[in-house]
Ligand binder design. Structure first.
Ligand code: ATP
Length: 899
């Protein structure tokens, strides 16, 4: 094949010519040729968006108010002739930037790796077999199947379409879907008019189609136009933005306080200029929480990673925070709350009710009637019904060793299995009655129809779908005495009966048509159908889902089931799941009859919604939100996209969901399992807790230091307990050790026994502010007292400062344990040991401190000096006080507020 083909105007070529040029056919290409073409054209991947170079990203680290303050301080310090101090300030600024650069890079890489887990699959025909492959492995000449909800995986020249509509906003910005055709268009036509091409990255909103891949990867239209420097996904979320903003104001306030202190000290306390300048710089450096934004970002990134490990992939970062506040989860039933492993248990025909035995998709099993085996040969109605169900079907069964698997819709797979049990052979039936056309299943019309022509001059339409729907379209029913008028009451009773046992009911009908009929339209199936029978299938709830519903009850989260299935089935399943309200159900029809006010009054209380349309989902989300609830909503179909977008946490199914739903969602579940949502909520709550803990830990460090400097100035000390470089040291080592370990803090035990957090609650609650002030004061009092004591004993200023720094850091070591639980007690085994990162970070910190205290080079850089063992003991005794004082405070708070 020749590579020049990549510049071909495929929209102007006929289908035949396209096949010839690409040396392919409707059966696809050979696997060997695929390998060849992969070598020539490369993988079907869009070029990586270019991000800023590492150097530029490193420079960005300096773009921050604190760094400016520090740089200015360094410069003035140098001008004043304090060379060592000035160079340490500059050194620390660089080290800080390097740490930020590495940490941010890691967080970004982690998030990128998670995004890549979402790569799409494509259904292709190769060597005459229909298989699903990773979209990256497509090559020109591949035959691709499209259906509603798919994201087009490469540029395709379409050769078969059935109501195919594609939304090309990704390419043209136009959000109205375009109806696709197979005829070529003029060479000059613009992209939006090239209706015989389906472009990569656009979304199929309706219908089905087949096309041959003409361009892949960077050669596709989207690959060509996508601007190479695409926007870099920001790591910022509303909370981080809120904290960054808070940080800016705080910095400003601190700089102002530092200036005022400078003025007071210089004019009132008679400090000399450079002494006072250093004091003011110390104050600013001490008080600004420069490490906080980085720790918050890392906490979020770790949360996202943990969620991914538990099968929830976050597509939009703010969802991590919202998840912790979720108060209602609206979930689909089939496949999410249930296993989506269908087994036909009952078959109803006009005259009889049959029971089926056997489990799963193993096609060996018996059909019996009233508990007795029977001769299938004598059951013409069952035979005909089974044939219709096998032909109006797109699935296939496969045996791998002892296990049987379905390719395609599990419900259709179950029908095949039932067909085998009834003694039919699919290959024979398909050969006898080849399919000529179809109306694909869409959840709006809830049925699927196929047109078949036999070789003996007959033509039929077979229809399967939701039973009420099919009943409306029927006027006759097939009986042992031929076709007789439809007995609606009989069928309605079957539906109720099977549904109330939790069985999913599906009806099958047929209609003979003229042999000349080659195309199937809606008008062909609207009326005069002949009812053949109904199937009752079981699809048991997932055990994990039953447990997860219980967890939700304790966690103050209401679970609502919103399903396309029948009301009786939905209610029966809701009882098995033990939802809160299993008495009431609202159907799509009920919802359509109510006005918004009426519905709003009921949405909080009703937990089961059946036969709903996607637009009802949107309405339900909106009304729940109007009650102030934070709604997570699951969805899989293309029509679910608006509801997913509207929900606070739109959740798409990664396995059975469409690409359209995934694009609209905040979160994708790789295992389609309801319990994964609950795990994500738990992780979301943990992230929020950990953000609070990071704040609770970092701010008192700054507060304590600032108070120490302020106190020293107020007392008129000419030599401060901490120098600016020592403060920088303290901030730096805590940021990379103790504070960082809090980002790895595991979930607290009672995390799912609390009510969801109020969404408008500020991160910095009054209680947290109090705690920050309380701890800052303890840190200040202890450190300052030891400093005073040392000075009083006649120690050198270096010695007294070394004691201050070590006291401050030991305070933080003890306080780290307090900060692990916000209000629970840590005075127990797990309080000290359940976060190994905390212990490791303490060990590292101690090594740092020993170096800081005893290494000669550190002594000359930071103005420290060796201290003896009894001094260390004093430091430890004094600093451990914070542990007990804060635990005592928590105890009082627990007594007062959490009785
Ligand atoms: P949920 O919304 O909980 O996933 P669901 O799978 O029943 O439930 P839909 O996919 O919207 O929701 O299906 C609605 C109804 O359409 C089903 O209850 C069934 O009666 C019918 N149906 C589903 N799939 C098919 C199909 N492939 N062919 C014909 N009818 C179908």
């Amino acid at each position: 094949m020749n590579t020049k083909l990549q510049s071909q105007d495929w929209h102007a070529e006929s289908v035949e010519k396209t096949f010839t040029l690409l040396e392919t056919s409707k059966n696809g290409i050979e696997n060997e040729e695929v390998e060849n073409r992969l070598k020539i054209y490369g993988q079907n991947q869009l070029p990586e968006p270019k991000t800023h170079s590492p150097f530029i990203r490193f420079l960005y680290q300096f773009h921050n108010v604190l760094i400016y303050v520090l740089m200015a301080a360094g410069l003035v310090t140098a001008l004043l002739g304090h060379w060592v101090d000035a160079s340490v300030i500059v050194g620390v600024v660089f080290i800080n930037a390097a740490i930020g650069f590495i940490q941010e890079g890691k967080a970004e890489d982690a998030l990128k790796a998670i995004q890549q887990m979402l790569s799409a699959n494509a259904m292709v025909m190769r060597e005459g077999k229909q298989i699903s492959i990773k979209a990256e492995l497509l090559v020109p000449g591949d035959i691709v199947f499209l259906q509603s909800g798919d994201k087009v995986p490469a540029d395709l020249r379409l050769f078969q379409v059935k109501g195919l509509q594609v939304q090309e906003a990704a390419l043209t910005g136009e959000s109205i879907a375009v109806e696709k055709i197979v005829d070529s268009v003029s060479e000059q036509s613009v992209i939006g008019d090239r209706r015989c091409i389906a472009y990569s990255s656009t979304l199929v909103t309706h219908g089905q189609g087949r096309g041959v891949v003409v361009k892949t990867g960077a050669d596709t239209e989207i690959g060509r136009i996508s601007t190479l420097v695409s926007e870099v996904k920001s790591l910022e979320t509303p909370l981080i933005a809120q904290m960054t903003q808070f940080g800016r104001w705080l910095t400003l306030a601190i700089v102002i306080i530092a200036i005022i202190t400078f003025i007071i000290g210089f004019f009132i306390q008679d400090y000399v200029l450079d002494e006072m300048f250093l004091a003011a710089v110390s104050l600013a450096v001490a008080a600004i929480p420069e490490g906080l934004p980085a720790i918050m970002t890392i906490t979020l990134a770790i949360g996202v990673q943990r969620m991914a490990k538990r099968n929830a992939i976050i597509r939009k970062l703010p969802a991590v925070e919202t998840l912790g506040a979720v108060s209602v989860i609206c979930s689909d039933k089939t496949g999410t709350l249930t296993r989506n492993e269908m087994t036909v248990r009952t078959i109803a025909t006009t005259n009889n009710l049959f029971d089926l035995s056997g489990t799963g998709y193993n096609p060996h099993g018996k059909i019996s009637m009233l508990g007795k085996d029977m001769d299938l040969e004598e059951r013409p109605l069952l035979h005909e019904l089974s044939r219709a169900a096998m032909l109006c079907n797109d699935s296939s069964l496969e045996q791998k060793e002892d296990e049987w698997f379905v390719h395609g819709d599990p419900m259709e797979g179950a029908l095949l299995v039932a067909g085998f049990k009834a003694g039919l052979d699919i290959d024979t039936e398909v050969k006898k009655y080849p399919r000529t056309d179809l109306i694909p299943f869409e959840s709006e019309h809830r049925f699927m129809a196929t047109l078949h022509h036999s070789h003996t001059g007959e033509a039929f339409v077979f229809i399967k779908g939701a039973p009420e729907q099919i009943l409306e379209m029927c006027s006759l029913q097939r009986s042992l005495d031929g076709d007789v008028s439809l007995e609606e009451a009989y069928w309605l009773q079957r539906i109720e009966e099977l549904g109330s046992q939790g069985q999913r009911v599906l009806a099958m009908a047929m209609k003979p048509v003229k042999y000349e009929k080659m195309e199937l339209t809606f008008s062909d199936v609207e009326s005069d159908l002949i009812m053949l029978g109904m199937y009752g299938m079981i699809d048991p709830p997932r055990e994990e889902a039953v447990e997860a519903v219980q967890v939700c009850k304790k966690a103050g989260i209401r679970v609502k089931m919103i399903t396309g299935d029948h009301a009786a089935t939905a209610l029966a399943i809701s009882r098995q799941l033990k939802l809160i309200n299993t008495e009431d159900v609202l159907t799509g029809e009920d919802i359509a009859k109510m006005n918004e006010e009426e519905l709003k009054l009921r949405v909080k209380d009703v937990d089961v919604y059946a036969r709903v349309n996607p637009e009802h989902k949107l309405l339900l989300v909106r009304l729940l939100q109007e009650h102030g609830l934070i709604v997570a909503m699951t969805g899989d179909g293309v029509n679910d996209a608006p509801a997913l977008k509207r929900a606070d946490v739109g959740t798409a199914m990664g396995y059975n969901g469409t690409e359209a739903a995934k694009e609209a969602a905040e979160m994708v579940l790789t295992d389609d399992n309801f319990s994964s949502i609950i795990h994500a909520v738990e992780e979301g709550r943990t992230v929020y807790d950990n953000l609070k803990k990071a704040i609770l830990f970092i701010l008192p460090t700054n507060g304590g230091q600032a108070l120490i400097i302020l106190a020293a100035i107020m007392f008129g000390f000419h030599e401060l307990p901490l120098t600016p470089v020592q403060i920088l040291w303290v901030n730096m080592v805590t940021a990379i050790t103790l504070a960082l370990s809090l980002a790895f803090e595991p979930s607290e035990k009672n995390i799912m026994n609390r009510e969801p957090r109020k969404v408008h609650e500020a991160l910095l609650t009054p209680y947290l502010v109090w705690r920050v002030a309380f701890v800052s004061t303890i840190l200040m009092a202890g450190t300052f007292s030891l400093f005073l004591w040392e000075m009083g004993e006649g120690a050198s200023i270096e010695h007294a400062r070394t004691v201050s720094v070590n006291t401050l850091l030991m305070f933080e070591v003890f306080y780290l344990f307090n900060a692990r639980y916000i209000t629970s007690s840590v005075l127990n085994w797990s309080g000290f040991t359940s976060n190994p990162y905390a212990l490791l970070s303490i060990a590292i910190l101690i090594v740092f401190q020993l170096a800081f205290t005893y290494l000669p080079v550190m002594q000359s850089l930071f103005g420290t000096t060796a201290i003896n063992l009894s001094m260390w003991l004093t430091i430890i005794i004094v600093s451990s006080s914070v542990l007990f004082l804060v635990e005592f405070e928590k105890y009082i708070v627990r007594k007062l507020y959490y009785k």
